[in-house]
Design a protein around this ligand. Structure first.
Ligand code: E4P
Length: 217
């Protein structure tokens, strides 16, 4: 499963990009607002730091303006993936951009029926929001399972990109049900490193090593 970073914070991306496990980045208008920076400059900088797809979201709601925005965003760098909402205007924009070879991420997906429409519109990625569903007492991961099954039944090439991830278990469960990608906030990536037995084991190794009085270098 690919791991994308769900952030527009350049410091967080710069810190994690050298690890080799950052396969892409997703942003949205709220994340750009939180960064306090200019969107075009921010997307350009992220695209230079990460080789994989970098999602940049349109903000128009009508198809004509959305398509113009999508084309402008796509021109920022070769690895921009234009993000459109799961609305009739978003899906027609998805089709027009995809037909011209632009990667499109269809966002704000909350049902299997919506995911079917996005695949038929040529989306490269579908972004189901599992955390927001869980917040409502619904089964976010169940939605991922349903979409993975439907796409496999019909060989849809659209990749299932698990979004609105809230914790480590979401990432593990996404991999277990066969999602293609999880987009993960930096704090959750840092939590993925942690295990108390790793810390305790390392502490014991280092204590025993110190007692030997040796040095590798
Ligand atoms: C990413 O593509 C989504 O916009 C993001 O994961 C939404 O996360 P949130 O529900 O925590 O805002």
């Amino acid at each position: 499963m690919k791991l994308f970073l769900d952030t527009a914070n350049l410091d967080d991306i710069a810190a994690l990009a050298p690890t080799g496990f950052v396969d892409g980045v997703t942003t949205n208008p709220s994340l750009i607002a939180k960064s306090g920076r200019d969107m075009t400059a921010t997307i350009a900088e992220i695209c230079a730091m990460v080789d994989g797809p970098v999602s940049a979201e349109v903000t128009a709601t009508d198809a004509e303006t959305m398509l113009a925005e999508g084309r402008k965003l796509a021109a920022i760098a070769d690895n921009v993936c234009v993000k459109v909402p799961l609305t009739p205007a978003g899906l027609s924009t998805c089709k027009a951009l995809a037909d011209n070879g632009t990667m499109v991420n269809v966002t704000l997906c909350f049902s299997p029926a919506q995911a079917m429409l996005a695949a038929k519109a040529g989306a490269r990625f579908i972004s189901p929001f599992i955390g927001r569903l869980d917040d409502l007492g619904r089964d976010g991961m169940g939605l991922i399972e349903d979409i993975v099954t439907i796409y496999a039944n019909y060989d849809f090439p659209t990749e299932v990109l698990v979004a609105s991830v809230r914790g480590v278990q979401h990432v593990v469960d996404a991999a277990l049900v066969g999602a293609d990608v999880a987009t993960v906030p930096p704090a959750v990536i840092h939590a993925m490193y942690k295990h108390p037995m790793t810390d305790a084991g390392l502490e014991a190794f280092l204590k025993d090593w110190k007692d030997t009085g040796q040095s590798i270098l």
